[in-house]
Design a binder for this molecule. Structure first.
Ligand SMILES: [Zn+2]
Ligand SMILES: [Zn+2]
Length: 323
């Protein structure tokens, strides 16, 4: 029987299609061909570096979706709201060498990438117009990246709190108000006890396939200890975060034939951090792009996940990542 599962944070339903479940190996999806060093933007041009952190370079996006030309102010246009797309849009060039995937970076390099995110977030928080900062990665054409084989990620600082973030926060707050405990802390301890959906763990972090996964092999990395803020939360644990991210990405690369994927750091909003200190728990969502979102998902907001997360976790756990 297929199962309907409800995400405990935002209340979104997923259909876990157990009957039509595809075997894990049926998901392998080879990467589109990626370009070589000669035609790489990040190898050829002298980069206009705005910040640097242990070999990680921060540059302005060449196609910025946001800029600081006009201040952010809402204007009514009949029943609609329009405003200038104020904000900051940066590219984090993760490594000087022409290496395509983060899975192939060293632990030290991946740690420096997370520390660079934290430093940029700290910087953008000083801009009073900014309400939310998202650090994210698009790897591979299917994940929305251009086909340049040079490991990089992006930061967007925006003057509003995005709806998905609001949903997570309100779900976490409702749970906290009722139970007086953090929903994510409870989720981590239940998953540690249950074990079925654990992909990897170390002293500071756990990687799990969420109970109501939207996508095959969707994986969340959560700090085991409560912390609402990524920037201060990774102090003292950035190496462990790099270790678990590399471990997970190698499992994707070897087990699923180097699929396209996205990851997003889900942090609390910038303003009034005290409001989120107890009830929000930062984490990273990592999503391989192996299926396409179709009419049913778009029409209902339900997702259909063609592999139970327990099976996906077991498959990823068993991938041999050490030569
Ligand atoms: Zn390059
Ligand atoms: Zn917590």
């Amino acid at each position: 029987m297929s199962q309907l599962r409800k995400d405990p944070i935002v209340g979104r339903w997923t259909i876990i299609a157990t009957e039509r479940a595809r075997r894990p190996a049926a998901f392998v999806d080879p990467q589109a061909i990626i370009t070589d060093k000669k035609s790489c933007t990040y190898c050829q041009e002298p980069l206009k570096i705005i910040d640097e952190h242990e070999g990680v370079k921060v540059i302005h996006s060449s196609n910025p979706l946001l800029d600081q030309v006009h201040p952010f102010e809402r204007k009514a246009h009949g029943i609609y709201d329009v405003c200038y797309s104020y904000g900051h849009h940066e590219v984090i060039v993760e490594v000087a060498d022409h290496i395509a995937g983060m899975a192939d970076l060293s632990i030290g390099q991946i740690k420096a990438v997370f520390e660079a995110y934290a430093a940029r977030m700290e910087m953008h928080r000083k801009d009073h117009a900014i309400e939310y900062i998202l650090a994210y990665k698009n790897y591979g054409v299917a994940a929305g990246s251009r086909n340049i084989g040079h490991s990089r990620s992006q930061i967007m600082a925006v003057p509003v709190v995005p709806m998905r973030v609001k949903d997570k926060i309100s779900g976490a707050k409702k749970y906290f108000d009722y139970h007086d405990r953090c929903l994510f802390c409870d989720l981590v301890s239940q998953e540690l006890e249950n074990k079925q959906r654990i992909v990897a763990q170390n002293d500071h972090f756990i990687a799990i396939t969420p109970f109501a996964s939207r996508f095959p092999f969707e994986t969340w990395i959560l700090p085991k200890k409560h912390h609402s803020d990524f920037v201060t939360g990774i102090e003292g644990s950035a190496t462990d975060l790099a270790v678990i991210m590399k471990d997970l990405l190698l499992r994707f690369k070897i087990g699923l034939n180097d699929p396209a994927y996205n990851y997003m750091i889900q942090n609390a909003p910038v303003k009034h951090p005290i409001l989120y200190k107890e009830n929000y728990h930062w984490h990273i969502e990592v999503m391989p792009r192996l299926t396409r979102v179709a009419g049913f998902e778009r029409g209902t907001g339900f997702y259909i996940c063609p592999i139970p997360p327990e099976m996906a976790a077991e498959f990823l756990r068993e991938v041999e990542i050490h030569a």
